[in-house]
Design a protein around this ligand. Sequence first.
Ligand SMILES: Cc1cc2nc3c(=O)[nH]c(=O)nc-3n(C[C@H](O)[C@H](O)[C@H](O)COP(=O)(O)OP(=O)(O)OC[C@H]3O[C@@H](n4cnc5c(N)ncnc54)[C@H](O)[C@@H]3O)c2cc1C
Length: 378
Amino acid sequence: MHHSGSNSPCDDVLIIGGGIIGSSIALRLARAGLRVSVLDSAATPGQATVASAGMLAPQGEMVEPDDFFEFSRYSRDLYPSFLEEIESLTGEHLDYHREGTLLVASDENQWEELNHVVQAQTRLGLPIERLSGPELCRRVPGLAANLAGGVFVPGDHWLDSQQLARALVKAAEAAGATFRHDTSASGFNARTSRVESVAVSSPPLSTLSAGCFVLAAGSWSGALAQNLGFRLPIEPCHGQMLELEVASELPLVVRSGMHYLVPRPGRRLLAGTTSEYVGFDSSATAQGLRSILEGVMRFAPFLKQARFRTAWAGLRPDTPDHRPVLGPASWENLFLATGHFRNGILLAPATARYLADWVLQGKPSPSLAAYSPSRFAA
Ligand SMILES: Cc1cc2nc3c(=O)[nH]c(=O)nc-3n(C[C@H](O)[C@H](O)[C@H](O)COP(=O)(O)OP(=O)(O)OC[C@H]3O[C@@H](n4cnc5c(N)ncnc54)[C@H](O)[C@@H]3O)c2cc1C
């Protein structure tokens, strides 16, 4: 492992959680010359990460043109260089698409909602294009003939997030980070203003010390914070997904409300999703999968002939305001990076950049003020 002796207040970092958030931060910090270790309780890190669809959709996810939208757009714009960096460290080619996304309306109500989106985003100067039913079918053959209409969003992209999760761990390792799989943190040991070590419960039992700690344990971050007597309201939001195989490739991501189809290489297609608050159980259920199939077949009837491959579910780390938690904790060497809810893939490059700058410079960027955990203190 190399260490360039940077001026950071901590020269070694222990990251808890090796999903896309923990591993992106590991990559940035290892590249800056710090000694970085990542603990993950799973054999394959990235619980929500490996369950995700991989859409990078700042416009499709926009509620209003606020700071969060700017954060999302900034992160999407970091993607090309982020992926190039991973490709050059691993020698792998990553599946990444910038062809845009189609949002379709199955009925007049949805069409009215989409028209509001078009008006609002056009006023902001964002690229978005209204399409009639026949135009939709020309872009994506096989869509339902009776769709009320749709819009094309050229700035919403997608990638293969399962492939990215694996490559990112490899890239961080190539940059010098160490990953410990099957290693679960059970709590922190702290003294006055500093965290000194992490207790590891899975064998061998031990205590791991470091200069700085990053809590990036997704939906499980709240329980670890609680161990420090610190309230971090993260709740798991269960989301299910189906993988299908189709006769011909889908050229674009197609979304309608909470239902979507996301292409994967080899004529595979992911169909999602559900949004359920049912604790930490991460099984896929008959009812959840039925609701997804009914939802996507409403706009994509060609799926009746699709072959079923597999199904799964993951737990999105949600917060009371659905925004991430990236602010200072009460311990000067503990950094929080969690609560990315539905957008952790999209937000990973920007999160990693801000967090790494914070660790390296010893103070948070002003852009992070809105994501401070202190907003939940009351
Ligand atoms: C069905 C679904 C679809 C999604 N689609 C998209 C999408 O299209 N675009 C998008 O941007 N986002 C999407 N998301 C959201 C995205 O997946 C998450 O926001 C993101 O993966 C969160 O990453 P993370 O690293 O914080 O969490 P995780 O990937 O859950 O990683 C946390 C890690 O912490 C580890 N851990 C937990 N407790 C401990 C412990 N005590 N000790 C050590 N390790 C521990 C876990 O094993 C896990 O590997 C989707 C999510 C789901 C479920």
